[in-house]
Design a protein around this ligand. Structure first.
Ligand SMILES: N[C@@H](CCC(=O)N[C@@H](CS)C(=O)NCC(=O)O)C(=O)O
Length: 209
């Protein structure tokens, strides 16, 4: 990684929630991109860390810009390549969709413990109380989302947009993990429509390990 990459480049292992967001959106936009595995089991290079000292993925390079923070990357992609359908011009419409991207960060904090336990940790090392508490927290968050989706088809409003992408990725994990879940009909309906999107099926619905 000596010089800036010549076209849209995504750095990050695909089995990361935050990398999946960016790759899925690149597919939605039909962007010509390339992705390099880095982070997790792939480790990091000094050249990468010089650009992203957080020791985290994802990071993108696009012409003059080097950018980390997955939701900031989504916003950049929408503004640069997406047009108004993805990134509404009206400040109110934009804010109503946009907040679900930040809401996801709170949600992800709750889902982290059950995800790491069920997908990546031997069962004899599980903290069962913490897992149960966190699943309950996830359910409380999802109830809020369920109420919202009961009144409109997408988190982004009347059309699918970037507001749906972060929670789409985390919903895949929620629905894939093998524990009993309360029913959230509007979330389930939204998720069924998300699953029909080719970029989601191809890049997000991969093994969680
Ligand atoms: N707020 C950051 C969080 C990034 C993050 O936590 N990434 C995880 C993967 S989902 C990571 O890099 N973990 C360490 C690693 O993969 O080496 C973002 O949204 O991009």
């Amino acid at each position: 990684m000596a010089a800036a990459e010549p076209f849209f480049t995504i750095w990050g292992r695909l089995n990361s929630h935050n990398v999946k967001k960016v790759v899925w959106f690149a597919e939605e936009l039909r962007l010509a991109y390339r992705r390099h595995d880095i982070g997790g089991a792939f480790g990091y290079t000094d050249a990468y860390l010089a650009r992203n000292p957080n020791r985290l993925v994802p990071m993108i390079e696009d012409g003059k810009i080097v950018l980390w923070e997955s939701n900031a990357i989504l916003r950049y992609m929408a503004a640069e390549y997406g047009g108004p359908a993805w990134f509404p011009a009206d400040p109110i419409d934009r804010a109503l969709a946009d907040r679900w991207m930040d809401w996801q960060i709170t949600y992800a904090d709750a889902q982290r413990e059950p995800f790491l336990a069920f997908a990546r940790t031997p069962e004899d090392q599980w903290d069962y109380d913490a897992i149960a508490r966190r699943i309950n927290q996830c359910a409380q968050h999802l109830k809020v989302m369920d109420t919202y989706l009961g009144e409109r088809p997408w988190l982004s409003g009347s059309q699918f947009g970037i507001g749906d992408i972060p929670m789409g990725v985390y919903a895949y994990t929620w629905f894939s993990l093998p524990f009993d879940k309360p029913e959230f009909p509007a979330v389930a309906d939204w998720y069924a429509r998300i699953r029909e999107r080719p970029g989601f099926a191809d890049k997000v619905m991969i093994p969680l390990t």
